[in-house]
Write a protein that binds this ligand. Structure first.
Ligand code: AMP
Length: 398
């Protein structure tokens, strides 16, 4: 009997990412991306057996996207309904206070994800559409929801609560939930394993720097702080999101500038961060602009690094003693300059980057600090799909 497979689904507002993999070995059978769902021309890109299929067609909704995905699998000789598929693992961004462990999809789960949707209005509704579509297309395969907020569920109150009227925050569940939990979970465990350290006696900082970006501090195996808050808008400078701002700025934008709540939402989520500062959100483009002498791109980079350093400082102090710092995600894994600049000049704090090691490109975990560095600095490629697959399988078959 072949080993169990998990289909991991990450449904965005107009996109659907999927991966079929074996959670035990991490072997990936296929992966793909459907983009522009609901637009006149959608695009599906499917990789399987070393070949890539790209097809353009109209896919009106996520159900149509999932049906098309199944048809492509079938055309490649993989009948998902007949394969050894033990679960469909769904990335769900916000679980609120009640949902944080990986959970079997049933009507209660769907109702609860729906109930907390106001906390993640851009993410939870499409996640739910993905769950419903997969349920309809593969009715005999159990679905498991894995929450982006789950890893940070037990943050200490000192880190999780906002200093606002407690009655208001309790009534509306306003607290710092944290996101990218699957990545912080995977990377911190992989880092400890890579260095042969016991997770529960290791203090770590993880910098997940992708289009979205967040940092976490993990003390003796327990997350004690993270940069994202009630929503994925707080914290680091991101591709299109502002990260931290003075909350008074929101009031000013409304009262004085006259922006509506929706306009402020759009400004902070879509027209801020690197994009707002220099017109581009892709880090590679920003780097090229800096090389070409673009002053706005340089300022955007400086703000990005400044924010990162501020949080490194905060987390080094919170942890008191730090064993490992890991960089991950698109920017963290690839931009050696960001790694070097965000930890430059910290020899006094026990951090010494080795320029040669930092310049190495690889898809494997690697050390980029010197042997003399008291804190070991790593690059650890993240793998959220594998983590979701493992957690989903654990729920279904133990
Ligand atoms: P992610 O959200 O993890 O997919 O990361 C996306 C971000 O990683 C984008 O800003 C990309 O520009 C950035 N990225 C990907 N590859 C590189 C690279 N080789 N150098 C710098 N940034 C990169």
């Amino acid at each position: 009997m072949s080993k169990p497979l998990v289909l991991v689904i990450n449904a965005g507002s107009s996109s659907l990412k999927y991966e079929l993999l074996e959670p035990d070995s991490g072997d990936v059978t296929a992966r793909g991306l459907v983009e522009r769902i609901g637009e006149p021309v959608s695009v599906i890109t499917h990789e399987q057996g070393g070949a890539e299929t790209v097809e353009e067609l109209h896919l009106p909704d996520h159900r149509a996207a999932i049906d098309k995905m199944l048809a492509i699998f079938a055309a490649q000789g993989t009948d998902l309904a007949e394969s050894n598929l033990c679960a469909v693992g769904h990335r769900v961004v916000h679980g609120g206070r009640e949902l944080y462990r990986p959970t079997l999809v049933d009507q209660h789960l769907i109702d609860e994800v729906q109930r907390v949707s106001p906390l993640a209005p851009l993410h939870n509704p499409p996640n739910l559409v993905g769950i419903e579509a997969a349920r309809a297309a593969l009715p005999d395969v159990p679905g498991v929801a894995v929450f982006d907020t789950g890893f940070f569920h037990d943050l200490p109150d000192a880190a999780a609560l906002y200093a606002i009227d407690r009655e208001v925050s309790e009534q509306y569940a306003l607290r710092r939930y944290g996101f990218h939990g699957t990545s912080h979970d995977y990377v911190s465990h992989r880092a400890a394993e890579f260095l042969g350290r016991d997770y529960d006696t290791t203090n770590q900082i993880v910098a997940h720097l992708g289009n979205g970006a967040s940092m976490s501090a993990i003390k003796q195996g327990r997350p004690v702080d993270t940069t994202m808050g009630l929503t994925p808008l707080e914290g680091l400078v991101m591709g299109t999101r502002s990260g931290d701002i003075d909350p008074g700025l929101l009031l000013h934008l409304h009262r004085v500038v006259g922006l509506s709540v929706d306009e402020i939402d759009e400004l902070l989520n879509k027209r801020s961060g690197l994009k707002g500062l220099c017109g581009e959100n892709d880090f590679r483009t920003v780097t090229e602009m800096i090389a070409a002498g673009d002053a706005d791109a340089k300022t955007a980079y400086d703000i990005y690094i400044h924010r990162l350093r501020r949080y490194f400082g905060a987390y080094l102090v919170e942890l008191g003693h730090t064993d490992i710092i890991s960089f991950t995600a698109g920017v963290g894994e690839n931009a050696a300059g960001v790694r070097a600049d965000s930890l430059a000049g910290l020899e006094g704090l026990g951090i010494e980057i080795d320029a040669e090691r930092n310049a190495v490109r690889s898809g494997e975990p690697r050390i980029i600090s010197t042997d003399a560095s008291a804190i070991t600095v790593l690059v650890v490629p993240t793998n959220e799909e594998l983590e979701i697959a493992r957690q989903a399988k654990a729920v279904v078959v133990g």
